[in-house]
Ligand binder design. Structure first.
Ligand SMILES: [Ca+2]
Ligand SMILES: [Ca+2]
Length: 324
């Protein structure tokens, strides 16, 4: 097959901090029954938001993940308008989706029991579960105070709600929290050198009263790559992997460490062997547009304990699964 356009690589960068996950914390807070959709086993915000300052658009919601489809047609938390619908899009307004969702899972041993909190088990309830928006774009605006990027979103989630959660297939018992608080700060810019990535800064804090040992932090990604203007299924042919090292561009046999988790469409959906950024009607009558780019997560640094400057002694691993 002949392809003529080089693939670009877009990244979601993540840096992690553990604030003191292994130390004493305060007593658990707001353990209770959330309202609204929680009565049906779910709790979602009244609004969500998206990073769209650069070319890479990433939908965000609670601190426990990003991407995801806006099933509930929530309003945009900042503009009040219609929010971005898919998990991620590149380039902006192309209609080409590059992500279903990414969720954060944390596991560890608490009171001699192995526990994990993931996806449906995080909640963002007031007062901790607030949204905060900041921006450097307008120095006269109230959101300018303390801003880092053109779009700063800050929010928190906890795993302490134990009522109203759906039973999971692989763990049908009631949710047992680790008593954790996630704080996510995410940033995006429109500058040429920064328009292809969104930066996430994730802090994990033990808000319980006991020590957690042997903790793990995971990013669980569901790819969905393809043009959403047609009728075809876009996720069924996607590929993913992990690039640990690459040959250094400086040669001499040097090797650069990357440690990047990536996903992409299997062939970028070319039309007659050529990538196209225009909509083309296939012989079957479907509307096609190529999706030649690669999306990935790069962990800038592993967890750093609060108050310390040295990197944590984290071990990095990668696993994949195939959904039928
Ligand atoms: Ca695909
Ligand atoms: Ca394909």
């Amino acid at each position: 097959m002949r392809v003529t356009a080089p693939s670009r690589v877009v990244f979601i960068l993540i840096c992690l901090a553990l604030i003191p996950l292994f130390a004493l914390g305060r007593e658990p807070c707001h353990v209770g029954k959330p309202g609204g959709l929680a009565a049906r086993g779910f709790y979602w915000r009244d609004c969500d938001a998206s990073h769209n300052a650069g070319k890479l658009v990433v939908r965000i919601w609670d601190a426990c993940g990003f991407g995801g489809v806006n099933f509930f047609n929530q309003a945009d938390c900042v503009t009040g308008g219609t929010p971005f619908y898919w998990g991620a899009e590149y380039p902006k307004r192309s209609g080409i989706c590059y992500l279903d969702a990414v969720s954060v899972a944390v596991g560890g041993i608490l009171h001699n029991d192995t526990l994990a909190s993931q996806f449906y088990e995080w909640r963002s309830l007031p007062p901790e579960g607030y949204w905060e928006f900041r921006s450097i774009l307008d120095p006269s605006a109230p959101e300018y105070e303390g801003a880092v990027s053109q779009q700063d979103f800050i929010t928190k989630s906890t795993d302490t709600v134990t009522v109203g959660l759906p039973n999971l297939i692989d763990y049908p018992g009631p949710h047992r929290p680790l008593f954790l608080e996630l704080t996510r700060r995410s940033y995006s810019w429109s500058y040429g050198y920064a328009e292809d990535f969104v930066l996430f800064d994730l802090s994990i804090k033990n808000i319980g009263s006991a020590r957690i040992s042997d903790a793990y932090v995971a990013f669980h990604a569901w790819p969905d790559v393809g043009f959403k203007g047609g009728t075809g299924v876009t996720y069924a042919d996607d590929l993913g992997g992990f690039v640990k090292t690459v040959p250094s561009p400086y040669g001499c046999g040097f090797v650069d460490t990357l440690n990047i988790m990536w996903w992409a469409d299997n062939d970028g959906d070319p039309v007659d062997g050529v990538f196209t950024d225009r909509k083309v009607v296939s012989p079957e009558g479907d509307v096609i547009k190529s999706c030649p780019d690669v999306t990935g997560i790069y962990i800038i640094h592993p967890p750093v304990a609060a108050g310390r400057k040295e990197w944590g002694k984290a071990t990095l691993s990668y696993n994949w699964w195939y959904s039928t």
